[in-house]
Design a binder for this molecule. Structure first.
Ligand SMILES: Nc1nc2c(ncn2[C@@H]2O[C@H](COP(=O)(O)OP(=O)(O)OP(=O)(O)O)[C@@H](O)[C@H]2O)c(=O)[nH]1
Ligand SMILES: [Mg+2]
Length: 364
């Protein structure tokens, strides 16, 4: 599962990528600095891990990770191949969620491809290119399904109706994620088409450091423009955070963050939000060798969670011993949780909850 950083050229995407990951992407004050996508595996900050570490005192601690991809900037006409648009759109299609970066800072020295700062227009430019690309996908599919629908094939007729609905909405500037479908229609006809505008999205407003906690007038406009989208809007002083991230010393970083009014980097919040956007959650294993956060899909079963560690664990799954994170912390150790009768034994149909501390029993 990976989240892609998307936006116009030169709005701070690679700078954001550098705030998030230690894989240094090239960032510079000219459009199309990035061509090939930069991929980073980013630790998901989770204070629960520190707590478990205190209690268990393991040899090592491993956080959950999420993959972030820094993609080249899109411009108007990208869907028609402008600015290597088709290649960049293909990069976006390969991601599972979109972090849409909007420039919300003034600075005459930083080039804006469309001449002036206007995040609402920028958002519409990007949305339109993504929608046009999806329209192409819908049209191609429609072409294929049409004949079968004409000959009376019921499935084809259903698919045709779904695709027509998508097409009409895209033509009206409405993204696929905003549409409602029955669950069967969605699973059968919408999901397999991998429409770009069906991917979950969040907006990252890149502001200057004075606005890191408060936002600014541009951010207010963005919030207003997306209020019906049910999408998160995050305010981040990307440039400043990238500079702070360069410092080696933790105390020093905290001091500079405090200066702009933050007690943790905005990028930490962003990573957690991206993780949620990808519909991921965390369970823990807590042994003396290793305390570790593992990533599973929300809704995963016990065996699927075990399978994240090793496929043999999934195949040979017998049962799981499960302790809720809060119980683990309240009683202080696995033994004490057991004594208190708070450890549960769960079978194959158990649906994993965020924060479960798990131990798997299996056959090989
Ligand atoms: N003042 C200011 N400058 C910024 C900020 N974020 C990025 N920049 C500058 O803007 C320029 C472009 O940043 P990049 O991160 O390379 O932009 P990009 O979106 O990756 O651009 P492309 O790869 O060309 O699409 C660089 O000179 C950055 O230093 C910010 O928050 N404030
Ligand atoms: Mg870039």
């Amino acid at each position: 599962m990976k989240a892609g950083i998307v936006g116009l050229p030169n709005v701070g995407k690679s700078t954001l990528f550098n705030c998030l990951s230690n894989a240094k992407a090239q960032s510079a004050n000219f459009p199309f600095c990035t061509i090939e996508p930069n991929i980073g595996v980013v630790n998901v900050p989770d204070p629960r891990l520190q707590k478990l570490e205190e209690l268990v005192n393991p040899e090592r601690v491993l956080p959950a990770t999420v993959e972030i991809v820094d993609i080249a900037g899109l411009v108007k006409g990208a869907s028609k191949g402008e600015g290597l648009g088709n290649q960049f759109l293909a990069n976006i299609r390969e991601t599972d969620a979109i972090l849409h970066v909007l420039r919300c800072f003034d600075n005459d020295n930083i080039v804006h491809v469309d001449g002036n700062v206007n995040p609402i227009r920028d958002k519409e430019t990007i949305d339109m290119e993504l929608q046009l690309k999806d329209l192409e996908t819908a049209d191609k599919k429609l072409e294929k399904v049409k004949r079968a629908a004409k000959t009376g094939n019921k499935e084809a007729q259903k698919e045709e109706a779904v695709l027509l609905k998508i097409k009409q909405n895209l033509e009206a500037g409405i993204s696929v994620r905003a549409l409602e479908f029955s669950e069967e229609d969605y699973e059968e006809f919408v999901k397999p088409s991998q429409f770009i505008t069906d991917k979950p999205v969040m907006y990252v407003c890149n502001v200057d450091e004075g606005a890191a906690t408060t936002g600014n007038a541009y951010v207010d406009k963005v919030r207003e423009a997306v209020k019906d989208e049910n999408a998160e809007v995050l305010v981040l002083a990307v440039g400043t955070e990238a500079d702070i991230n360069e410092l080696d010393d933790y105390e020093e970083r905290q001091m500079f963050l405090a200066d702009i009014g933050l007690d943790e980097p905005g990028s930490a919040k962003l990573i957690r939000s991206a993780y949620k956007l990808l519909k991921q959650q965390t369970y823990f294993t807590a042994g003396v060798k290793e305390v570790r956060a593992w990533t599973v899909n929300i809704g995963a079963t016990g065996p699927q969670a075990a399978g994240v560690i090793h496929t043999d664990f999934e195949k040979g799954f017998i049962r799981a011993e499960v302790i809720a994170y809060n119980d683990f912390v309240e009683f202080g150790s696995e033994a004490k949780v057991k004594e208190a009768g708070k450890m549960r034994v769960e079978g194959k149909n158990y649906i994993v909850k965020d924060g479960d501390v798990m131990h798997f029993l299996f056959n090989v």
